[in-house]
Write a protein that binds this ligand. Structure first.
Ligand SMILES: Cc1cc2nc3c(=O)[nH]c(=O)nc-3n(C[C@H](O)[C@H](O)[C@H](O)COP(=O)(O)O)c2cc1C
Length: 453
């Protein structure tokens, strides 16, 4: 990546922020400092995006689901019943920020490609080229889309592959310079630079062209977070920012090498995929202060409901909440399959086999949904991030914030300056678009025949 500061090393780490689209995660809404109505108040999201922009984060990222947990006790205890549609939130955030990237999740299983291509193209223009799309196949939701059950994993990924082709094909509808707008002659569009898609596939029939100008970035940045074999195949082909959950540095290195090698086999430049494992930081001026903060948050979380919910999320096949809190978790079966989150199931099974934790220990490790929890000072957290970055286990991190302002402020004012002091993180935005800031190339129009795409 190019930098403007010649004292900094060539390669610097990327920081994205995972912000729950429900505004706040887990039991953090009960914390004394939690903003009231953080699930519905736009001002809450505005504060977060502006604070992270001041800290020079590359992007804020919003997750999404299209269904609500059926477990009423889970709904009773946490903000899991409501969340913003990221594609509604992003345009509003585009109006109150200038540099930070805006990445939203949209499902390929429960949307149509034309609508998604159009909305993202519009938001890319609204934001001056700062939008990204987290392409997911969703963890559930069939019941809300005329189906009896969630679409099968293999079918979801088959549809996702074709969905991506249609969306990107639609983004290539107009070549650069197509809109001549010649007032004298009355010619608005040069139809020689218009490309009709005419897609006839297994899942979609889409004629095109798109009724939106080509995105400013060519294509918005594509983020991908599936880690099963099919998820990795899609990431290697289409992903540019790869979100992942990895627990040990060795697992992180193996994932990093494998995805980049798989992409290289498809003719892609390995540096055009950026691997961002998730980390959930709890920052204190001292280790004891950070630990006290974490313990306080844990005390707000009702263990039984949480354990039941995480058992389901990670498809464990057994319910952790039914086991005694201080007993060692039994070994999971060698083979157990799931139709939802294959990679998270594997991650938790591996953790149980490797560490043989008690239920209590697992409870304390899984509160970030299985992502690593870093409890420490700005220095110790920077040491950890630096270690992973320099060992080739990450290009940067997807920093998973609970939504509490104090946690975001502590990271922005403590860890970010520490990373900057070490020359590991930039002090200024270096480009105008999200692609430029991430060191990713502009995507030229594949249909263009002329010199300028
Ligand atoms: C950081 C991160 C964020 C994710 N965000 C979402 C999300 O917002 N919505 C969703 O349905 N899945 C989300 N996922 C899950 C994946 O996109 C994917 O659906 C899941 O990993 C199941 O696919 P797999 O079996 O290929 O791993 C996320 C995963 C990670 C690691």
């Amino acid at each position: 990546m190019s930098t403007t500061d010649n004292k900094t090393p060539e390669r610097q780490l990327l920081l994205g922020a995972f912000i729950p689209s429900a505004g706040i995660m887990g039991a953090s809404w009960r914390h004394a400092s939690a903003a009231p109505d953080s699930f519905s108040d736009f001002g809450h999201f505005q504060w977060i995006a502006q604070t992270l922009e001041a800290a020079r984060f590359h992007a804020v990222f919003f997750n999404d689901t299209v269904n609500v947990d059926a477990d009423l006790e889970v709904l009773e205890r946490g903000p899991n019943s409501v969340r913003w549609d990221p594609l509604v939130l992003l345009p509003a955030l585009a109006m109150v920020t200038r540099h930070i990237g805006l990445i939203g999740t949209a499902s390929t299983t429960y949307n149509d490609p034309y609508n998604i291509a159009r909305k993202l193209a519009n938001i890319d223009h609204l934001s001056g080229g700062r939008v990204g799309w987290n392409l997911v196949t969703s963890l559930g939701g069939g019941e809300n889309f005329n189906l009896d059950a969630h679409v099968l994993h293999a079918d979801r990924y088959e549809r996702a592959e074709e969905f991506y082709d249609v969306v990107t094909g639609l983004w290539d509808s107009y070549e650069h310079g197509a809109f001549v707008q010649d007032k004298a002659s009355g010619r608005f569009l040069d139809t020689a630079k218009l490309h009709v898609l005419n897609h006839h596939g297994k899942h979609f029939q889409v004629r095109g062209p798109l009724n939106a100008p080509r995105p400013l970035q060519g294509y918005p940045v594509i983020a991908q977070a599936g880690s099963s074999d099919s998820g990795r195949a899609l990431a290697a082909r289409a992903g540019e920012l790869i979100f992942t959950a990895q627990h040990t540095i060795e697992q992180g290195q193996a994932f990093y090498r494998q995805i980049k090698a798989q992409a290289a086999k498809l003719g892609r430049h390995p540096e055009h995929l950026k691997i961002l494992p998730g980390v959930s930081p709890v920052v204190g001026k001292t280790q004891a202060e950070a630990q006290a903060r974490y313990d306080q948050l844990q005390q707000l979380l009702e263990p039984k409901t949480f354990l039941r919910s995480i058992s389901r999320f990670a498809s464990l096949g057994f319910d952790l909440s039914e086991l005694p809190f201080d007993e060692v978790v039994p070994l999971p079966p060698e083979q157990f399959d799931t139709n939802t989150h294959k990679s998270r199931q594997k991650l938790v099974f591996d953790l149980i086999r490797r560490e043989r934790p008690t239920v209590r220990e697992l409870f304390n490790k899984l509160t970030a949904g299985g992502h690593r929890i870093l409890i420490g000072t700005p220095q110790s957290i920077a040491d950890d991030l630096q270690g992973w970055f320099e060992a080739g286990a990450a290009d940067g991190f997807n920093v998973m914030f609970s939504g509490l302002h104090e946690g975001i402020a502590a990271f922005a004012s403590g860890v970010v300056p520490e990373l900057q002091r070490r020359g590991l993180f930039r002090r200024e935005y270096q480009g105008a678009t999200l692609r430029e800031n991430l060191g990713l190339p502009y995507i030229a129009n594949r249909k263009a025949t002329g010199s300028a795409a």
